[in-house]
Design a protein around this ligand. Sequence first.
Ligand SMILES: Nc1ncnc2c1ncn2[C@@H]1O[C@H](COP(=O)(O)OP(=O)(O)O)[C@@H](O)[C@H]1O
Ligand SMILES: [Mg+2]
Length: 268
Amino acid sequence: MRLFSSDAARIKRDKKLKDKARNSDARRTEYLLNENISFDVSEAFRNLKASISLSIPKKQSGEGTVIVMTSACPEDGKTTVSVNLALMFAMSEAKVVLVDADVRKGRVARFFRKRSAPGLADFLSGQSDLSSIVHRSHENENFSYITCGTHSPRPYELLESDEMKNLIAELKKEYDYVVVDTPPLLLVSDALAITSEADGAVVVCRHQVSYVSDIAKTLNTLSFAKANVLGVVVNDYDAREKLSYRSDRYKYYSYCYDSTAETAQKKE
Ligand SMILES: Nc1ncnc2c1ncn2[C@@H]1O[C@H](COP(=O)(O)OP(=O)(O)O)[C@@H](O)[C@H]1O
Ligand SMILES: [Mg+2]
């Protein structure tokens, strides 16, 4: 059977995703920023953090900034980027809370070897109080996180509830940054339930995996919902191909965990 180029691309993408998924659980915690991470990776996150804080002016009210992280598809790297971006903010002395708003399949808990429940969904449905769902991370004392909680049959309704709005309002009083990790926008519209409460949205895509058409649809959907799109993060990007992504319209930030990035840096 003849394969058309789009079929071949899709098969290549599926294979890459399966390979990643196979190794994902064992390797997940390695993707937390720490002192052993390569210069390229930490620099890319520093750049992303700086660009976001420059794009959103500090509020006179002293309230924190809310950033929604989203992407078109599963496995693009939203959670990985969200956790590490939040950690980078915390490393620069900002008080940060990461909220796992993927109440369908949230994975923030795994980064910290915690259980997902109780978490956000339990708080929103009145089963838990705030103090029992906010955890202080061992990685950095400025960094707290809220896991996704017990699976809910009506996630969108939970996320657009007044309880969620009140929660964000409370967190903004307490933290300089509230980073909200959400599910893939082309599969479910949960992220849109939160964008109205956010100061900005960041779209994550995966190098050589994401389709430009999917990224465009995601950006259009966010624009239609009047979200303030801050930019696109190109995740899993090889630093040796630095010049291959350019755009006049959106800023791109990149990082990869490929150990060869460090090697490439040394060779330069
Ligand atoms: N830059 C990267 N390099 C290598 N693996 C990555 C990278 N970013 C994410 N991953 C892996 O890809 C998988 C999906 O990442 P995740 O952040 O959970 O995506 P999403 O939240 O978009 O579904 C995980 O196994 C994660 O460890
Ligand atoms: Mg995720």
